[in-house]
Design a protein around this ligand. Structure first.
Ligand SMILES: Nc1ncnc2c1ncn2[C@@H]1O[C@H](COP(=O)(O)OP(=O)(O)OP(=O)(O)O)[C@@H](O)[C@H]1O
Ligand SMILES: [Mg+2]
Length: 152
């Protein structure tokens, strides 16, 4: 089971994030894959909005994780710049992954050995025009299948 959605501009991708953010709960993991500049952070901004987080600002990219506080906190990881997955040990990644918030992880392929058993996988591809994107969402695990059903 998976769905594919095309968006025509950044706003549409952000709105998809809002829709997803409304369905996410404490402990959920969202993996965001896709090339540089495809819109992973745009989607995350929408997720934050959907979760009711009002103060989302795009944060410095040299941070591995940015915490956004809300009823349920959002932990936004961007691990593009790490050399090795073991760098995540230094920031105590388990407290985030198995904690009380939602984790969104850009560039999950960099930390493969640390990825939890179940997650929502989102892949963003470029489309046929500059501003078009094709977004594929695939669940791994029952609770993520339920989220996907709600998104349809
Ligand atoms: N349909 C679209 N969806 C999302 N972003 C779009 C779309 N069309 C154009 N854009 C633009 O593409 C850029 C996406 O940037 P963003 O920082 O979200 O990418 P990213 O995938 O997080 O990149 P990185 O891997 O460098 O973190 C933005 O400038 C955004 O305005
Ligand atoms: Mg990004």
């Amino acid at each position: 089971m998976k769905i594919k959605i095309a968006t025509k501009n950044a706003k549409e991708t952000e709105n998809l994030g809002v829709k997803l953010g409304k369905l996410l709960k404490k402990g959920d993991i969202v993996l965001l894959s896709g090339n540089l500049g495809t819109g992973k952070t745009v989607l995350t901004k929408g997720i934050a909005k959907g979760m009711g987080i009002l103060d989302y600002v795009t944060s410095p990219t040299f941070m591995i994780v940015n915490e956004h506080m809300g009823n349920t906190p959002l932990y936004h990881f961007d691990v593009y710049r790490i050399e090795d997955y073991t760098e995540l040990y230094d920031i105590g990644y388990e407290e985030y992954f198995y904690g009380n918030g939602v984790c969104v992880i850009e560039w999950p392929e960099k930390i493969k050995p640390l990825i939890p058993k179940e997650y929502l996988y989102v892949h963003i591809d470029s489309g046929s025009t500059d501003d078009e994107r094709v977004i594929e969402i695939a669940p791994c695990g029952k609770k993520y299948e339920d989220i996907l059903k709600e998104m349809k």
